[in-house]
Structure formats: C-alpha cells, structure tokens
Design a protein around this ligand. Structure first.
Ligand code: IPE
Ligand code: IPE
Ligand code: MG
Length: 246
C-alpha cells in the first residue's frame, strides 16, 4: 500500500489508535517488556509524522488505561518515566511541527511531576494548529461517562440546565473529548479485537480497523494501509446507499 493510493479528499478528520503489543514484541525477541515500550515510542513518532504529511487534523493515542494501574508497579514506574522523558525530549519538536498537545483521562492519578509537565506541554503548544495530538492517559471511557453524569446532574440540581434539554450535544460538551470531533477511524494493533474501555461514546459510528502488527512494528505504510481500507468503506450512518450517493 503506497501513499499515492490515498485519496486526499477523503482523509479522516480524527484517527484514534489503541497502541497494543509492546510486551509481546519484546517477548518475541527475548527481551523484557520495557524494551517493547521503548520501541513503541519510535512508532509513535512515525505515526505522528505520517499524520502531519497526510493532513490528518486529530490524532488520539491510547497510552495508559485506568485498568493499566493494575500492572506490576515496576512496569508502571517505567512507563511513567518513559512518558516524562518523551515529553521533555519532544516539546521542541511539537512546536516546530505546529502540533497542539492535549490529554484526556484522570491525570490526578499520575505522579505530580508528570502532571505538572503535561500541563506545561499543553500550555506551551496550545496555539499550534496543524495537528491536535491527544494522549489518553489514565483514561477509561466508563470513568469519563461517570464524570459526565456527575457534572450534568449537578447542573440540573442547580437549575443551570433542565433535564429535558439533555441531548447528544449536551453529553458531547461534557466529555473529556469536548474539544474533538467524533472519531472517524479507530485502529487497534496486535491482533486483539476489543475496545478495552477506550472512547465508548465517541466511536459510536467510527470505522474499526484491526492490524495484526505489534505496535513497535507499526510503520507509516501500515497507517497508509489502514487509511486506504477506511476510504474503501461506505459510511451510511443508518441511511441507504442511494441516499449517500445522490
Ligand atoms: C501496549 O502494549 C502499551 C500499554 C498498554 C501501556 P502492552 O504493554 O499491552 O503489550 P502486550 O499487549 O502485553 O503485548
Ligand atoms: C489497552 O491495551 C490500553 C492501551 C493500549 C493503553 P491493554 O493491553 O491494556 O488491553 P487489554 O487489557 O489486553 O484489553
Ligand atoms: Mg496489551
């Protein structure tokens, strides 16, 4: 699959990726899981670069789930240090490439120094326009929905909003992703076919694409393949084909 086969007029506006398979990648090579996470970082850089080249405006990466807190402490500590190191190394590049960095998730659960650095990177890239890069960290879609319910019910109680007025757009405006459009294309690597508590509301009408590649092996050409596949689909949103084509 080559880049030239991509239809420039049908580029997905929002691509989300469940970056899975770092541990298995390392195991296959007889290495510890940490090597897999390190190698995964390079894949992240490649994919961001490809998104910029293709003109994709929003990229959301699932980096750490609420359930990942159940992993061994040593692995969690390693992932947190790797995240901090990456943020420190990449801040300059984010600005150079006009990338706006944002996060979704319960950041309060992250170590203080990481939380502070995430806020710094978010602030220092907030005026960038080419690509909105969102990292889902300590993210779980069920927690997100619980937070939405709490926030809206408080507003109802305080007469800020009437319960009769609650519709899809009200929910959208209270999600962590309120600043993002719906996901057009959701990619999961490593051959697993599940959502693992990622963006449940936002993927209601996403096209799903599963790649067998382990995340550290996922290259630009794999993203091209996913996009070409996405472009071959007819997104009907409940209508019939004739309505879409007229
Ligand atoms: C994805 O790779 C990265 C995180 C979830 C942090 P995994 O660490 O889940 O790798 P596998 O699934 O064990 O191969
Ligand atoms: C999902 O991967 C979370 C991330 C990629 C950050 P997991 O490896 O944690 O998912 P499960 O547990 O296999 O479903
Ligand atoms: Mg996994």
């Amino acid at each position: 699959m080559k880049k030239v086969e991509i239809d420039k007029n049908k580029i997905p506006n929002h691509v989300a990726v469940i970056m899975d398979g770092n541990g298995r990648w390392a195991k296959k090579k007889g290495l510890s899981r940490e090597f897999g996470h390190k190698a995964g970082r390079k894949a992240v850089k490649n994919i961001i670069e490809a998104c910029i080249e293709l003109g994709i405006k929003n990229l959301t990466l699932y980096a750490f789930s609420t359930e990942n807190w159940k992993r061994p402490k040593l692995e969690i500590d390693f992932l947190m240090e790797l995240l901090l190191l990456s943020l420190k190394n990449e801040l300059k590049n984010l600005n150079k490439n006009d990338i706006k960095f944002t996060t979704i998730g319960t950041l309060e659960k992250l170590p203080r120094k990481i939380c502070d650095y995430l806020i710094k990177v978010t602030n220092e890239t907030k005026n960038n326009k080419s690509l909105t890069l969102t990292l889902a960290l300590s993210y779980g879609a069920r927690s997100e929905i619980i937070d939405v319910v709490k926030e809206i019910s408080d507003k109802v109680k305080n007469n800020i909003i009437s319960s009769k007025k609650i519709d899809e757009s009200v929910i959208n405006d209270h999600l962590y992703t309120r600043f993002l459009p719906d996901v057009d294309l959701l990619i999961r690597t490593s051959g697993e076919k599940r959502i693992s508590n990622f963006l449940l509301w936002q993927i209601a009408y996403s096209e799903l694409y599963f790649s067998k590649k382990l995340w550290p092996d996922f290259k630009k050409k794999d993203l091209y393949k996913a996009i070409i596949n996405y472009q071959s689909r007819e997104r009907r949103f409940g209508k019939i084909s004739e309505q879409i084509n007229n």
